[in-house]
Ligand binder design. Structure first.
Ligand code: PMP
Length: 395
C-alpha cells in the first residue's frame, strides 16, 4: 500500500453520510441553471445557487458567449501576462472600473484566485492583515500566504476590531479585509464603522463583493456603493461566478496599486486567463444588470417575500439582510437530514457545516435569484416548513 493510501484509507467522514443515505454533494445537474433544474434525475426548485441576477440561462448571455467562442476559440492557453490577454478582457476591465468607480481593474481566472493572489502581493513582511473571523476561505488562504502579521477580529465586532488595531504601529501598513455580504449568513459587514476605524488608526480596506455585486447599490454596484463608501475602500474584489453568470474574478483599485498587482500577483501572472466565452458572458451580464434595473428590483421583491414568510413561520434566520437566507438547524446530522428530505420533496438547498460555520451554528442556506417567482418561494417555504416542523426544529 502506498504512503498516501495508507494515510487516507481511514478517511470515513463522507461514507458516514453516504451510508445514512443523506450525502448531499456532487449531484449532477443535467439542465440549465435556473429557478428549476434537473438534478440527479429529480426536478427540483433551485434555492442553492449564487446566480442572484438569474442570468446564467439568459439567451443574450449565452449568445454573447457563443459568439466569443466562435471568434476567439475555446481557450486562451496562457496567462494574461503573456499570450492570454484578449481585447475582451481589457474591455471588461475598463467597464468594471467605471462600474465600481475605481481607476483600474484586473480580471483573474476566478474570485478565489483574486483573494489568494492579491492579499499576499499587497501586504508582506512588516505589514499587518486583519480579517473578520467569518471571511471567505479564499481570504483566509490569501492571509495565510502573506508574510504579513495575521490578525483576526470577531465577526462584525467593531470593538474587537478596534482592540486589535489599537496595538498596531500607526505608520505600518494595515489591511482590513472583510466580506461585503457574508456568504453563509447573509449579513453585511459594518462598513461605515470600519471606515471610521480606518481613519482613526491609519489603515487600508479591501472588501469582497462576491455576494454584493448585482444585489446591492445602484445597478448592483455592490455593498461599498450601497453605503456610499466606495471611495473609502482601497480595494474592491468581485467575482463573475455569481451575479455575472460566468466564471472569473476581479480586483479594482487605484492606478498605482493595480499596476503593481499587474506585474506581481502570482495567481494573475502564473494562471491562464478566463476563456473568451466566460469573459463575453460576464461582459454581457454586466450590461444587462445596468440596462434592466427591474431584475434587481424583482430579486429584492422575492427576497423580502421570503424573509417575511420564513419569519412568519417561525424559522430562525439570524441577521440576514440579503438574498442569502440561513435557516438555522444547529445540529450537523439534522442539517444533512433536512437537506436530504428537502431534495426528496423537490427543493435544493445547501447544507452549511464546519468549517464553513461553528459546529453549533449549522444551517441550510436558502438563496434567491431574480428568476424566482413568489410562487417558487412559497412552494419552497411550505416544503421546508413541513420538514422543519416534523424534525422538531421549528414549532
Ligand atoms: N469570496 C466569496 C465571499 C465567495 O463566496 C466566493 C465563492 N463562493 C469567492 C470569493 C470565490 O469566488 P469564485 O467562485 O469566483 O472563485
Amino acid at each position: 500500500m502506498g504512503q498516501l493510501q495508507e494515510k487516507y484509507k481511514n478517511y470515513r467522514e463522507p461514507q458516514r453520510y453516504m451510508e445514512a443515505g443523506v450525502y448531499p454533494y456532487f449531484r449532477e445537474i443535467t439542465s440549465k441553471q435556473g429557478p428549476e433544474v434537473t438534478m440527479g434525475g429529480h426536478h427540483v426548485l433551485m434555492f442553492g445557487s449564487n446566480a442572484y441576477t438569474g442570468l446564467t440561462g439568459d439567451e443574450r448571455v449565452i449568445e454573447a458567449a457563443g459568439q466569443a467562442l466562435k471568434k476567439y476559440g475555446s481557450g486562451c492557453a496562457g496567462s494574461r501576462f503573456l499570450n492570454g490577454t484578449l481585447d475582451l478582457h481589457v474591455q471588461l476591465e475598463k467597464e468594471l472600473a467605471t462600474f465600481v468607480h475605481k481607476d483600474d481593474v484586473l480580471c483573474f481566472p476566478t474570485g478565489f484566485t483574486v483573494n489568494s493572489g492579491v492579499i499576499p502581493a499587497v501586504v508582506g513582511r512588516g505589514d499587518y492583515i486583519i480579517c473578520d473571523d467569518r471571511d471567505h476561505a479564499s481570504i483566509v488562504d490569501g492571509r495565510r500566504l502573506s508574510f504579513a502579521t495575521q490578525l483576526r477580529y470577531k465577526h462584525n465586532d467593531m470593538d474587537d476590531l478596534e482592540r486589535v488595531l489599537q496595538k498596531l504601529p500607526k505608520e505600518a501598513i494595515k489591511l482590513i479585509v472583510a466580506d461585503g455580504v457574508f456568504s453563509m449568513e447573509g449579513d453585511l459587514c459594518k462598513l461605515p464603522e470600519i471606515v471610521e476605524l480606518k481613519h482613526k488608526y491609519n489603515c487600508s480596506i479591501m472588501i469582497d463583493e462576491a455576494h454584493g455585486l448585482g444585489v446591492f447599490g445602484k445597478q448592483g454596484r455592490g455593498v461599498c456603493h450601497h453605503f456610499g463608501l466606495q471611495d473609502e475602500v482601497d480595494l474592491i474584489m468581485g467575482t463573475f461566478s455569481k451575479s455575472l453568470a460566468s466564471i472569473g474574478g476581479f480586483i479594482a483599485g487605484d492606478a498605482d496599486t493595480i499596476n503593481y498587482l499587474r506585474h506581481t500577483s502570482r495567481t494573475y501572472i502564473f494562471s491562464a486567463s478566463d476563456t473568451p466565452a466566460a469573459t463575453a458572458a460576464a461582459l454581457k451580464a454586466l450590461h444587462i444588470i445596468q440596462e434592466e434595473p427591474e431584475r434587481i428590483e424583482h430579486l429584492w421583491d422575492v427576497t423580502n417575500y421570503a424573509l417575511k414568510r420564513f419569519r412568519e413561520e417561525g424559522f430562525e434566520i439570524g441577521d440576514t439582510e440579503s438574498p442569502i437566507i440561513p435557516l438555522y438547524v444547529r445540529d450537523i446530522d439534522k442539517t444533512f437530514l433536512v437537506t436530504h428530505l428537502a431534495f426528496e420533496a423537490g427543493v435544493f438547498i445547501n447544507p452549511v457545516i464546519p468549517p464553513a460555520c461553528a459546529p453549533q451554528d449549522t444551517l441550510v442556506r436558502f438563496a434567491l435569484m431574480a428568476s424566482h417567482t413568489t410562487d417558487h418561494v412559497e412552494r419552497g417555504v411550505q416544503i421546508l416548513k413541513k420538514i422543519f416542523t416534523e424534525q422538531g426544529i421549528i414549532k
